[in-house]
Design a protein around this ligand. Structure first.
Ligand code: ADP
Ligand code: MG
Length: 474
C-alpha cells in the first residue's frame, strides 16, 4: 500500500500528539491540512504566515522527526499558506514556502594542526573530532540585515556592522562593540553581521556565543583540566561574536582567558564583535586592560527608535506575516510603546494572534487593551545609575558628590539611601551595588541598608525622605 499525503500526515500527527500539550496540539496542528505528497515532500496547508512562522519557530524539530520517521531522511516539508485577506475584498491567495525559509548556516569544517600535546582538540560545543572538527556557527539566519530596519537610532551601528561584514578583520572597527539598552536590537545585529559574513565568505569560521555560555564553557574547561583546549579552540575562529559582554563583569578568570583569546585573534587579523548593555566607560568590574581593548575599535550605540522607525518596524513585521492592519492601530502601538523593540513586536504579535484565533477584527479598542497590558506588565527594572541620579537630584547634589569619600552626614545619608534603593529595586548583588556606588565593598552596602532601616523607625524626617523617594521609583 503506498503512502498518501493523508496517511503520512495522520501518522505524523499521532506522533506529534504524544509529544506536546493537548492545547498546543489543538491550536497548532489540528488546523493543518495535508495537501499532497510528491516523492519525499509533503505539502501542508496552514492558515496564515504567522502560523507558519510559529510552527517553524517552535515545532520544526518535532515536525522533522515525525516526518523522517514516515518518509526517511530526505523528507521535506512544504508549507502552503492560505491567506484570507480580511481587510480587503481580494480573493484568498496562497503562497508556498519550504520549511526553514532561509537555509540554516551549515557546520563549518576546519582542519586543525595538532600542536597541543593532547591528540584531541576538545570542542566545547561537544562535537568530538580529532583532526577535522565541525564548528556550528550558532547563528540564527532569521536575524539578518534584510529585516534589521534602518533608522536614525541605529544608523551608525548598522552601517559599521555592514562595513565589518564586507571586510571582516579588514576595517578599523575591530573590535566592533555594539551597545544599547534591552530590546534595542543588539543580538539581532550581531547575528546579522555573522550571517552576512557567512554569505559573503563561506570559508570563514564564524562563531556566535553569549558571554554567559562562554563563561560556562570556560568554567567547565577548568574543572575538566582542558583550559588550553578551550583557548586553542577559540583561537581558531575567524569571526568571533560575543553577546552581552557585560556578563563578564566581576568574573576575572573568564576575563583573563578572553583577554588572551582576544589578543591572539586581533593580532592575526581576525574580527571580534561584541555587544553590551553599557558603553565601555560605564562598564563595571571589567579589567582595565580588557576595557582598553574594547575601545580599540568602534563603539556604536543603538538608541531607542524614533516614531517613524517604530512605525516602519511594525509595518515590516505585518508585511512579513502577511497581515494587514488599519493605519490607526499601527499608529496607536507605535505611539505608546517607545523604548523597546521587543515589546513593540510583542504587542503586534499578540494582536495578530488574537485576531487570527478569535477571528476577531483588530479594532482600536482591542489594540488599546493589548497595549495597556504591555505597558503595565513591563514596568522596567530601574538601574543603579538611575537610582543614584534620582537620589542625588532629590538632595540637590551631583552623582560624583554622592559617590565621593566624604563623611559629611547628609552626603553619607544620600549614599546610604541610594544603596538601600538599589538593593530594594534591582537584582544586583551587594558587591555589585557597592562597586557601582562609589566603589564600596559589600559590607558597606549591608551596613547602609541596616542603617536606613533603623533610621526609618526612629527619625521622622528620614522616613519622609524614604517615602518621597519611594514614590519616584514606583
Ligand atoms: P537586545 O539584544 O538589544 O536586547 P534583540 O536583538 O533581541 O535586542 O531585539 C529585540 C527584538 O527587536 C528582536 O525580535 C529583533 O528582531 C527586533 N529588532 C530590533 N531592532 C530591529 C530593527 N532595527 N528592525 C527590525 N527588528 C528589530
Ligand atoms: Mg540580546
Amino acid at each position: 500500500m503506498s503512502a498518501t499525503a493523508n496517511s503520512v500526515w495522520k501518522n505524523c500527527l499521532a506522533f506529534i500528539q504524544d509529544n506536546i500539550q493537548p492545547q498546543a496540539f489543538k491550536t497548532w496542528f489540528e488546523p493543518i491540512k495535508p495537501i499532497k505528497l510528491t516523492d519525499k515532500a509533503l505539502s501542508i496547508q496552514v492558515p496564515s504566515k504567522f502560523f507558519y512562522e510559529w510552527l517553524e519557530e517552535h515545532y520544526v524539530k518535532l515536525l522533522k522527526v515525525s516526518l523522517t520517521r514516515e518518509l526517511g531522511t530526505n523528507a521535506k516539508l512544504i508549507y502552503v499558506i492560505k491567506m484570507e485577506n480580511k481587510y480587503g475584498n481580494k480573493e484568498p491567495f496562497t503562497e508556498q514556502i519550504p520549511s526553514s525559509n532561509r537555509t540554516a548556516v551549515g557546520p563549518q569544517e576546519l582542519d586543525v594542526p595538532i600542536t597541543s600535546k593532547s591528540p584531541e582538540l576538545k570542542n566545547p560545543f561537544v562535537i568530538p573530532g580529532i583532526r577535522n572538527i565541525k564548528i556550528e556557527s550558532q547563528l540564527n539566519p532569521n536575524y539578518n540585515f534584510d529585516n534589521f530596519l534602518e533608522g536614525d537610532s541605529n544608523r551608525l551601528a548598522r552601517s559599521a556592522g555592514m562595513a565589518v561584514a564586507n571586510k571582516p578583520g579588514g576595517t578599523s572597527f575591530n573590535p566592533l562593540l555594539v551597545f544599547g539598552g534591552v530590546g534595542l536590537g543588539k543580538t539581532h545585529l550581531a547575528h546579522a553581521i555573522g550571517v552576512e559574513i557567512k554569505d559573503k565568505y563561506p570559508e570563514k569560521t564564524v562563531l556566535y556565543i553569549s558571554a554567559e555560555k562562554f563563561t560556562q564553557q570556560y568554567i567547565e574547561s577548568v574543572k575538566k583540566n582542558t583550559r588550553n583546549d578551550f583557548i586553542h579552540f577559540y583561537q581558531l575562529i575567524d569571526v568571533l561574536i560575543i553577546d552581552d559582554v557585560q556578563f563578564l563583569s566581576g568574573k576575572s578568570g573568564t576575563q583573563d582567558v578572553f583577554f588572551h583569546i582576544f589578543n591572539h585573534l586581533h593580532q592575526n587579523g581576525k574580527q571580534v564583535i561584541l555587544t553590551s548593555d553599557k558603553a565601555p566607560v560605564d562598564m563595571q568590574d571589567i579589567e582595565q586592560r580588557l576595557l582598553s581593548r574594547f575601545k580599540w575599535g568602534l563603539s556604536a550605540e543603538l538608541q531607542s527608535p524614533d516614531y517613524e522607525t517604530r512605525v516602519s518596524i511594525l509595518k515590516n513585521k505585518l508585511y512579513r506575516d502577511g497581515v494587514e492592519m488599519p493605519e490607526e492601530i499601527v499608529d496607536h502601538v507605535a505611539k505608546n510603546i517607545k523604548t523597546n523593540i521587543r515589546e513593540l513586536e510583542g504587542a503586534i504579535i499578540s494582536l495578530i494572534a488574537q485576531s487570527s484565533f478569535n477571528k476577531r477584527e483588530v479594532t482600536l479598542e482591542l489594540a488599546q487593551q493589548v497595549v495597556e497590558k504591555f505597558v503595565k506588565n513591563t514596568k522596567r527594572e530601574v538601574s543603579i545609575d538611575y537610582i543614584q541620579k534620582v537620589v542625588s537630584d532629590y538632595f540637590e547634589m551631583d552623582v560624583a558628590t554622592l559617590q565621593s569619600k566624604t563623611r559629611k552626614r547628609h552626603i553619607v545619608q544620600a549614599r546610604q539611601l541610594a544603596m538601600f534603593f538599589a538593593k530594594k529595586f534591582t537584582k544586583a548583588s551587594l558587591a555589585s551595588i557597592g562597586s557601582q556606588i562609589g566603589k564600596r565593598d559589600h559590607a558597606t552596602v549591608l551596613h547602609a541598608c541596616k542603617t536606613v532601616d533603623n533610621l526609618a523607625e526612629t527619625d521622622k524626617q528620614f522616613r519622609k525622605y524614604i517615602e518621597d523617594l519611594n514614590k519616584k521609583f514606583s
